[in-house]
Ligand binder design. Structure first.
Ligand code: AMP
Ligand code: ZN
Length: 484
């Protein structure tokens, strides 16, 4: 039975999951994803600072993390996900300068930092739900719940000789950590921020950063620590919480590209100095969402919120569709016209999905389009190409309804656009229909009443030729405009 043993050995050696490629900011190259443990992906995403509402730019980072988790899940991985909630320690400037964001939010609304945090955390999670992010699969640790872990980590760093004390707090000495700034031009960033604001008195190098900050009179958030009363620096929470929830070494860390140079380089320094092990295997950064050539950001005052999209009558998922049209590493320019176009395309996709559901009886079959779709998504999340493959196949007559449905199911698992459960078609009010269309519809209803189904189907075809699709709902025929 040697041959049988050989087959089994071959099987065991075969990779458990199909290959997934990711562009790693550490190397700047596309790399094959190899997790520490086969079949398990540990994924950490830098989440919101909950002193105000998250705008649609922030949500681009949430959708990247979700699309990545969907790709990995569909490739057979179990994914352990964490998105942190920053509710302490984040200043308006990244390099230990500016005002405390939570204090700003509390003063603005005349409420406690804890109230502010609760309010904006809920809004963030509600927005994720609207975008079809299944939050049951994600842990959302709050920085204020991990103060002990942050103190313990800062203590380890001090004991190992990586930190020094100043009256203003405890600082990480970046010169003690070889290879500081792996993710990019940290020296340039530190110089820039040093030029903007004088570094904290006594800081040994411009890139050194606070692990713990001494409380100032009136600080609303403060705790006891070996360095006196105070609060943690911003970066330490991600090192402490990813270690507590995912372990010292994680597979993938994501966030917006603005975080790479300071926040993420500082996370690497803290985590690796403390553990002596590599912190993250793959760093993924999404490019900005811009508007009129500028980054959408709170400080520029040009924010758009998900609720604004709903208020204009667009489904929230049209934002998700809009994001998918660009690769996550490409800057994406938002405008209401472009969002309207995405909403129209999504409606057409829903129509096509309803049609394929009906014609296939929801029985899916494999196809070369489905295979190409999977290859595109596993090639560094090539969402524009994957969308192209989906549209091309749905418009083509070369695929059977079952093959189309199989592709739609796959696209649904990866895109999160509710394709398999497309919302009911929007009824067009009768008074908005052209007269001839109204007449055709009335004749069809009469034919059905008289049980002349052949005539009813012929009239349905005539309506179809004029770009209208009829579905028979419980309250009578529903007309949708179908420009597929
Ligand atoms: P914040 O609440 O400012 O800490 O940001 C939360 C996340 O959103 C971070 O990963 C940021 O890098 C990201 N982010 C902020 N603004 C934008 C933008 N305009 N486009 C894309 N991502 C952004
Ligand atoms: Zn972080």
């Amino acid at each position: 039975m040697k041959w049988l043993a050989r087959i089994f050995r071959k099987r065991a050696a075969a990779p458990l999951a199909p290959p997934v490629f990711l562009t790693n900011t550490l190397s700047g190259a596309k790399e094959l994803f190899i997790p520490q443990k086969p079949g398990l992906a540990l994924l950490y995403t830098c989440g919101p600072t909950v002193y105000s509402r998250q705008h649609i730019g922030n949500l681009r980072s949430g959708v990247l993390s979700d699309t990545l988790a969907r790709v990995l899940t569909a490739a057979g991985y179990r994914v352990h996900r964490v998105i942190n909630i920053t509710d302490v320690g984040h200043l308006t400037g990244d390099a230990d300068e500016g005002e405390d964001k939570m204090a700003l939010g509390a003063a603005r609304e005349g409420r406690s930092p804890a109230d502010i945090a609760k309010r904006y955390t809920k809004m963030f999670i509600d927005d994720l739900h609207e975008l079809n992010v299944d939050t049951n699969d994600i842990r959302f640790p709050r920085a204020t719940d991990y103060i002990d872990e942050q103190i313990a980590l800062a203590k380890t760093l001090e004991e190992k000789g990586f930190a020094y004390r100043l009256p203003s707090g405890l600082y990480f000495d970046t010169s003690r950590f070889p290879g500081y700034g792996k993710l990019g031009n940290i020296a340039g960033a530190a110089l820039k921020s040093g030029a903007r604001v004088a570094p904290a008195a006594g800081k040994r190098h411009p890139s050194d950063f606070a692990l713990w900050r001494t409380a100032k009179p009136g600080d609303l958030q403060q705790w006891e620590s070996p360095w006196g009363r105070g609060n943690p620096g911003w970066h330490i929470e991600c090192s402490a919480m990813s270690r507590a929830l995912l372990g010292a070494e994680i597979d993938i860390h994501t966030g917006g590209e603005d975080l790479a140079m300071v926040h993420h380089n500082d996370e690497i320094a803290q985590s690796e100095a403390a553990s002596g092990r590599p912190f993250v295997r793959y760093w993924l950064h999404n490019a900005f969402l811009t508007m009129g050539g500028e980054k959408i950001s709170k400080s520029l005052g040009n924010e758009v919120y998900l609720s604004d999209i709903g208020a204009k009558g667009f489904p929230p998922l049209s934002l998700r569709y809009f994001f998918l049209q660009a690769h996550y590493r490409t800057p994406l320019s938002f405008s209401w016209e472009a969002l309207g176009a995405a909403a129209g395309a999504l409606e057409r996709l829903w129509n096509a999905a309803r049609e394929a559901a009906e014609e296939s009886g929801r029985r899916g079959a494999p196809s070369d389009a489905r295979r190409r779709f999977l290859i595109a998504m596993r090639d560094d999340l090539a969402t524009p190409q994957a969308l192209g493959i989906l549209w091309e196949a749905l418009r083509s007559e070369d695929y059977t309804p079952e093959e189309k449905w199989g592709l739609i199911e796959e696209a649904d698992a990866h895109f999160g656009l509710s394709l398999a459960a497309a919302p009911a078609a929007k009824r067009i009010p009768e008074e908005e229909l052209p007269r001839e269309v109204r007449e055709l519809l009335e004749r069809r209803t009469a034919a059905r009443k008289g049980k002349d189904f052949a005539e009813a189907d012929r009239l349905r075809g005539e309506l179809w030729e004029r770009g209208y699709r009829v579905d028979d709902g419980p309250e009578g025929p529903v007309l949708t405009k179908d420009s597929l």
